[in-house]
Design a protein around this ligand. Structure first.
Ligand code: NAP
Length: 280
């Protein structure tokens, strides 16, 4: 390590990473707050992950975001893992500390909740059960976050039922595993409805639910943000529900890392959304 001041570097580690909007987002915040720093996409193969994590701090990196396929494997390479990252079994934010230690956290769940609180300020998590579709990597963070904010029951359904059952084994009795065919029972009285599957992404089928079963008082949100307004959200909107798209979660989960690396807590607002959407 050199002892003269260095421009802080951060980036996103994954494979592939070319599609990631994080470089665009962090570059926007760096410009907006007139901060010195750079944020770059780094396509790193699984076999090179350990070496890369050792080398990056020496090159001036103060931290990194982590995306597919490294979110789980970085846990074993970090020195300090937050309780929530350990519970979720994955990290999305790394901090390379001055003492040489790697600190790993997961901000997906807090980003998800921050987005709902910002876009739907009247949302009351404890008002009723949540219905969660999907049990992949992102669903783990969502389930942990919903439990933390006091949702009384989480009904979860996944195409591959065993993955939903694995979540129940990890997160406990608040989770009720239901079959993909039990949609009416899942939606009955649900106050919060979440699509965590990749259905609805550009090029994939939509997640379609029976319209008449949606409670207009329910909050409906989708993790998919390409397209921004998915068929699932469109359908929920037509049923009179409050809907929240997934872009805000992406922006909010990025804010804690930016603050730790570059020293300013960034705003997530309409300008931030526009900066990321402009690239479309
Ligand atoms: P993942 O681990 O690969 O899980 C994919 C999920 O989608 C699984 O539950 C899978 O079910 C389900 N699925 C895929 N194709 C399906 C189909 N044809 N029919 C029914 N279910 C299907 O992915 P992930 O990391 O959880 O991400 C899920 C989605 O969330 C992605 O679209 C991702 O872009 C988005 N996401 C958004 C944010 C954000 O900040 N907004 C953050 C993280 C993720 P099986 O288990 O049966 O395969």
């Amino acid at each position: 390590m050199t002892d003269h001041p260095r421009i802080p570097l951060a980036g996103v580690i994954g494979s592939p990473v070319a599609h990631s909007r994080s470089p665009l987002l962090h570059a926007y915040w760096l410009r907006r707050y007139r901060l010195k720093g750079h944020y770059i996409p780094m396509d790193i193969a699984q076999a090179d992950l350990r070496d890369a994590l050792q080398m990056l701090p020496k090159l001036g990196f103060v931290g990194a975001n982590v995306t597919i396929p490294h979110k789980e494997s970085v846990l074993a390479l970090a020195d300090i893992v937050t309780d929530r990252a350990a519970l979720i079994g994955a990290a999305n934010t790394l901090i390379f500390r001055k003492d040489g230690k790697i600190f790993a956290d997961n901000t997906d769940g807090s980003g998800f909740i921050a987005n709902l609180r910002q876009e739907a300020p009247h949302w009351i998590p404890a008002r009723g059960p949540a219905a969660v579709f999907g049990a992949g990597g992102a669903a783990r963070a969502i389930v942990a976050a919903l439990i933390e904010v006091g949702v009384p029951e989480i009904r979860i359904s996944n195409r591959t039922r065993s993955r939903a059952e694995a979540l129940r084994a990890d997160f406990g009795a608040k989770l009720v595993v239901m079959d993909w065919t039990q949609v009416p029972a899942m939606l009955d009285g649900a106050a919060t409805i979440v699509n965590t599957t990749s259905l609805g992404m550009s090029g994939k089928h939509d997640l379609i639910l029976p319209l008449d079963l949606l409670d207009p008082a329910a909050l409906v949100t989708d993790l998919v943000y390409t397209p921004l307004h998915t068929g699932f959200l469109q359908q929920a909107e037509e049923a009179g529900c409050t809907v929240v798209d997934g872009l805000g979660m992406l922006l909010h989960q990025a804010a804690p890392g930016f603050e730790r690396w570059f020293g300013v807590r960034p705003e997530v607002d309409a300008d931030t959304r526009a900066a990321v959407l402009l690239a479309e």
